[in-house]
Ligand binder design. Structure first.
Ligand code: NAP
Length: 508
């Protein structure tokens, strides 16, 4: 573990090992205290970073797995060494509590170390071998080997609600660097200070490990042209994006319109519906209602896995579940939101739901700008089916109960869903017949289907899928969390009759 480092903000862009000024200055928007100043990014800086990344790829793309694993572990150590400064800056910029930021840092360094272990094992390369069949009739077969190779420079966009785990050294960066791809990060304007300190940690790891400095660059935002230039630059070969549907879709469209389209792995929003099956609601409705309220309001509801919708059957038991949720939600005070813009979007989302036809307000509260209090609404399955806007994410602690008159209507709600990150079943053994009908529907809708739990809290492991059909993600075959996420930055290459001595080091 390195010595505890003394931290000062650089306030600049890190481009291939140099801290570079842009043109103009923007400020972060701290919850309290004095704002910090950061240099504004530009398309010209993106070009410099992308060229350096391509240059670095020449050697980093053929580096050994042992080398890259050491580098990933060094980044984790360097982040840990700056832990206190990162947490202090994170609480200032985002309003997230200290405990949450420390936990998120643990997840971030944990996933860097997990990727180091993962690439050392080598299974992810999916190495295959077809021996030559020189005597085969009518034609001989050549010797063919296949393995996964890094795709080239990757651009990464983090999200406001995970200033560490989905940001500068978050899952996308860890997966790309593990694969052998240089990274150009577009810094998030909601937490430029955290991004600055984390970039310092990566810079230190680059110097210690003797990695080509073009392997990592970060251009701070303050200007939307930076993100657009990142996805349009001809040397960028893939994009890892976590954020809103609107932002993700705009950048996805730019990617698709390139002369050479590239994959855009956008992990977007979701309403994560929960299906409350009747026997479970009968035996533990009140507990489930309180559990839902806790999950819905965790982190001011600013989680992409926030379960915003609960589907129940009409009747006293469903009503008891809703009542328990209402009582628990009433106890939750105002929580600070990540930015003024996110708070404003939450309040307008609430107004949209409240004003929708057939929606009844069950819990309304008042709060100031930048704060969120919970809201609870209820509608019928018939109204839900008639109004697809009710299925759109409101980023914050807002719950909508959808009351189905019978099981057929509950199944119809499931069928009507657009792509989700998660779908949940709350069930008892007696609910198995209905669950058996729902599961084949829900597995087509979501990346992760779960029973008797709440979807907030995403395990970083080999089996995790954090993605789903559009609009949960722009690429339904991928995950942005867990070791499988490395696949996004690899492509298979066949080597036909190529001498083994010429094959990339990763082959052995
Ligand atoms: P966001 O507003 O879409 O921002 C994400 C990044 O994209 C930022 O760097 C932003 O730049 C940039 N951007 C957005 N629109 C752009 C455009 N038109 N042109 C160029 N750049 C653009 O999202 P957010 O507020 O950070 O994150 C909250 C959302 O992320 C929620 O919807 C949440 O559900 C979702 N989320 C999803 C996951 C997941 O894994 N699926 C995880 C976490 C969060 P600026 O810095 O200039 O704003």
């Amino acid at each position: 573990m390195p010595r505890r480092a003394r931290i000062m903000l650089m306030g600049k862009h890190l481009i291939a090992g140099e801290w570079v000024e842009g043109e103009g200055v923007f400020e972060n928007t701290p919850v309290s205290g004095v704002a910090d100043k950061f240099s504004v990014g530009s398309a010209e800086l993106v070009d410099r970073a992308a060229r350096a990344a391509e240059e670095a790829f020449v050697e980093y793309g053929v580096s050994t797995r042992v080398f890259r694993a050491k580098f990933l572990r060094e980044i984790a150590d360097q982040i840990d060494a700056r832990g206190e400064a990162i947490t202090a800056m994170g609480t200032k910029e985002t309003g997230l509590p200290e405990g949450r930021l420390n936990g998120e840092r643990g997840r971030t360094v944990g996933q860097l170390r997990l990727f180091a272990d993962h690439i050392e094992k080598g299974d992810y390369l999916d190495r295959r071998f077809d021996a030559a069949l020189p005597d085969r009739e009518p034609l001989p077969r050549p010797e063919i080997r296949m393995m996964q190779r890094p795709i080239g420079p990757v651009s990464v966009f983090g999200a406001s609600n995970f200033p560490l785990a989905f940001s500068t050294a978050g899952g996308d960066t860890a997966a790309a660097l593990a694969a052998g791809c240089p990274v150009v990060v577009k810094g998030h304007s909601a937490h430029p200070g955290v991004s600055d300190i984390v970039a310092q940690a990566i810079h230190a790891a680059i110097e210690i490990c003797g990695v080509h400095p073009g392997v990592f660059s970060q251009i701070q935002g303050g200007n939307r042209a930076v993100g657009q230039a990142c996805v349009q630059h001809p040397l960028i070969k893939a994009v890892g994006f976590t954020g809103s549907l609107g932002g993700g879709r705009a950048l996805f469209d730019l990617c698709a319109a390139r002369p050479e389209p590239i994959p855009f792995f956008g992990e977007l929003g979701s309403v994560n519906p929960m299906f409350m099956l009747p026997h479970a609601v009968k035996t533990k409705g009140a507990t489930l209602g309180a559990g839902w309220a806790a999950s819905l309001t965790m982190g001011a509801g600013q989680f992409c896995t926030n379960p915003g919708i609960a589907v129940v059957l009409e009747g006293d038991e469903g009503a008891a579940f809703v009542h328990a949720a209402q009582v628990a939600l009433k106890q939750v005070g105002a929580q600070t939101m990540l930015t003024d813009g996110i708070a404003a979007a939450y309040h307008s989302g609430r107004d949209r739901v409240a004003g929708s036809q057939g929606v009844q307000t069950l819990l309304t509260t008042t709060c100031d700008l930048r704060n969120a209090t919970p809201y609870l609404f209820q509608t019928t399955a018939a109204e839900w089916l008639a109004n697809e806007e009710l299925g759109e994410e409101v980023f914050g602690p807002l719950g909508l109960v959808v009351v189905a008159k019978d099981e057929a209507e509950m199944l119809a709600v499931a069928k009507s869903l657009v792509g989700q990150l998660t779908c949940t079943l709350h069930m008892d053994d007696e609910d198995a017949p209905l669950a058996r009908q729902l599961l084949p529907i829900l597995e087509r809708k979501a990346g992760r289907v779960l029973a008797n739990g709440f979807p907030t809290g995403v395990e970083v492991c080999d089996t995790m899928v954090h993605g789903g059909p559009y609009p949960a993600s722009t690429n339904f075959g991928a995950t942005s969390v867990g070791t499988l996420s490395i696949r996004r930055f690899l492509r298979p290459v066949s080597y036909q009759n190529i001498p083994v001595s010429l094959l990339p080091a990763d082959f052995s």
